[in-house]
Design a protein around this ligand. Structure first.
Ligand SMILES: *Cc1c(COP(=O)(O)O)cnc(C)c1O
Length: 385
C-alpha cells in the first residue's frame, strides 16, 4: 500500500492533509515522494526556525543523541541548564519549567497562576481570562482556555475557571475581575490560529496596567509568536511590556518537540518538589536542539527577520487579489479574494507550501530563509491568487 493508503487505514482522521507525501528537505526546500521541490513557507507550522536539516542544528542533535538521549528529571543534565539560563538571560524572567508542547507549556502557566493566586488570596481566586478568538492548545484545559466556541462543543464538560473577553475591550476585562476571582489574563500578542491578528499596542499596555493594579498575573502565550518569529526574541518585546509568565514551544526546538514555561518574580517559587512534572520534559536532545536556535538569535539575526518581513509585505501590499495583510515579522496573514484554502492549494501546485489560519493565507517561513527564495515565493503567491 502507498503511504497515503496506509495513512487512511491506520492514522486517526483528525487532519485534512494536503496531497503531498513529504520525504526530505534542506533549508527552505522540501521534496515530495515524486521528487517535486517546494519552497517551504509553512516551516512545520512555525517550528523549523532554521529550516530543514540545518547543519548547526543537526550536528548538535546528533552529538547529543550519541551521548545521552534521555535520563529523566531525577538527575541534572547540562543541555537543560544551559537552555534555561539562555532563556532567562534573554527575557529577565527567573525560572523555567520544560515540557514537550505548547499545550503543556500553557497548562504549566495556568497551574502556576492558579497556585500563586490561591496561595495568596484563597481557593476562589482561580479564574483565567483569555481573549475571544484566541488559541491555546488541544488538551482539555487549554481547549477550555481557547476563546473559540467551536472548539468547546465537542468535548464537554470543559475545565472550569475560564472566561473570554473581546480583545481591545479593557472594560470587559475589568468586569471579569469584579468578584475578585480573577487570577490571570492570558493573551497571544499576535493571534496565530485566530487569523494572524496583532493586538493593539495601547490595549496590551492597558492589560499590563490592569494586571499590576489588581495583582492579576499576565501570561503571554508565545508558542507561535516566540523565538524570533516576530522580529524580537519574544513578541511581547514589540509592546514594551514584561509578562509575569511566558509559555513557548513551536519554533523553540527548531523542529523537535519542546515546551517551556518561563516564570517571573511572582511565580518563580510557586512550585515545590513534586508539584509538577513531565517525564520527557528537558529531554537532552530537545534542549541541545533548542540551544542552537536560541543562541543564534542575536540583534543582527532579528533585524534580518524584520527586513525579510518588510520585503514580503511591501511586495504584496498593492497586489490585486489580496485585500488585507496582517501580522508581525515573519508571521503574516493575507486576506484573499479567493478562499484561502484554494489559494494555498494553487500555491502548492506552483511549488510553494504555505498555511491557512481561519479565512487567511498564513505565511510562516523559516527565519533564515534566503532572499532569493523569498522573492521566488512572492512571485508564486502572486500567480496563485
Ligand atoms: C500551536 C499553539 C499552541 C499549541 O501548541 P501544541 O504544541 O500544538 O500543543 C498553543 N498556543 C498557541 C498560540 C499556538 O499557536
Amino acid at each position: 500500500m502507498s503511504v497515503k493508503e496506509l495513512d487512511k487505514q491506520y492514522i486517526a482522521s483528525t487532519y485534512n492533509r494536503f496531497d503531498i507525501v513529504a520525504v526530505s528537505g534542506k533549508g527552505s526546500y522540501v521534496f515530495d515522494e515524486n521528487g517535486k521541490k517546494y519552497i517551504d513557507f509553512g516551516s512545520g507550522i512555525g517550528t523549523l526556525s532554521f529550516g530543514i536539516a540545518d547543519d548547526v542544528w543537526a550536528q548538535a542533535v546528533g552529538e547529543q543523541a550519541k551521548k545521552l538521549q534521555h535520563i529523566s528529571n531525577l538527575y541534572y543534565t547540562e543541555p537543560a541548564v544551559k537552555l534555561a539560563r539562555a532563556l532567562c538571560e534573554k527575557t529577565r524572567l527567573k525560572k523555567v519549567f520544560f515540557s514537550n508542547s505548547g499545550a503543556e507549556a500553557n497548562e504549566c502557566a495556568i497551574n502556576a497562576a492558579r497556585k500563586y493566586s490561591q496561595d495568596k488570596y484563597g481557593k476562589d481566586r482561580f479564574v483565567i481570562a483569555t481573549l475571544k478568538n484566541s488559541f491555546h492548545g488541544r488538551t482539555l484545559t487549554t481547549l477550555s482556555a481557547t476563546g473559540q466556541e467551536h472548539y468547546h462543543e465537542l468535548f464537554t464538560p470543559l475545565t472550569d475557571g475560564f472566561v473570554s473577553v473581546p480583545a481591545g475591550d479593557i472594560a470587559a476585562l475589568e468586569e471579569s475581575a469584579k468578584n475578585n476571582t480573577l487570577a490571570a489574563v492570558m493573551i497571544e500578542c499576535v493571534q496565530g490560529e485566530g487569523g494572524v491578528i496583532a493586538l493593539d499596542g495601547d490595549y496590551v499596555k492597558a492589560v499590563r496596567e490592569f494586571c499590576d493594579k489588581n495583582d492579576v498575573l499576565l501570561i503571554v502565550d508565545e508558542v507561535q509568536t516566540g523565538n524570533g518569529r516576530t522580529g524580537k526574541f519574544y513578541s511581547y518585546m514589540n509592546y514594551g511590556i514584561t509578562p509575569d509568565i511566558v509559555s513557548t514551544a513551536k519554533g523553540l526546538g527548531g523542529g523537535l518537540p519542546i515546551g517551556a514555561t518561563l516564570l517571573g518574580e511572582k511565580t518563580e517559587s510557586v512550585f515545590s518538589f513534586g508539584d509538577h512534572g513531565s517525564t520527557f520534559g528537558a529531554n537532552p536532545v530537545c534542549c541541545a536542539s533548542a540551544l542552537t536556535v536560541v543562541e543564534r538569535m542575536d540583534d543582527k539575526f532579528l533585524f534580518e527577520v524584520k527586513r525579510k518581513a518588510d520585503y514580503i509585505v511591501s511586495s504584496l501590499k498593492d497586489v490585486k487579489g489580496i485585500t488585507e495583510i496582517s501580522g508581525l515579522g515573519l508571521m503574516i496573514g493575507l486576506k484573499t479574494e479567493n478562499p484561502a484554502r484554494e489559494v494555498v492549494e494553487r500555491c502548492i501546485e506552483n511549488g510553494l507550501l504555505c498555511l491557512t489560519a481561519k479565512d487567511k493565507v498564513r505565511l510562516l517561513p523559516a527565519l533564515n530563509i534566503p532572499d532569493d527564495l523569498v522573492k521566488e515565493a512572492v512571485e508564486i503567491i502572486k500567480k496563485s491568487l
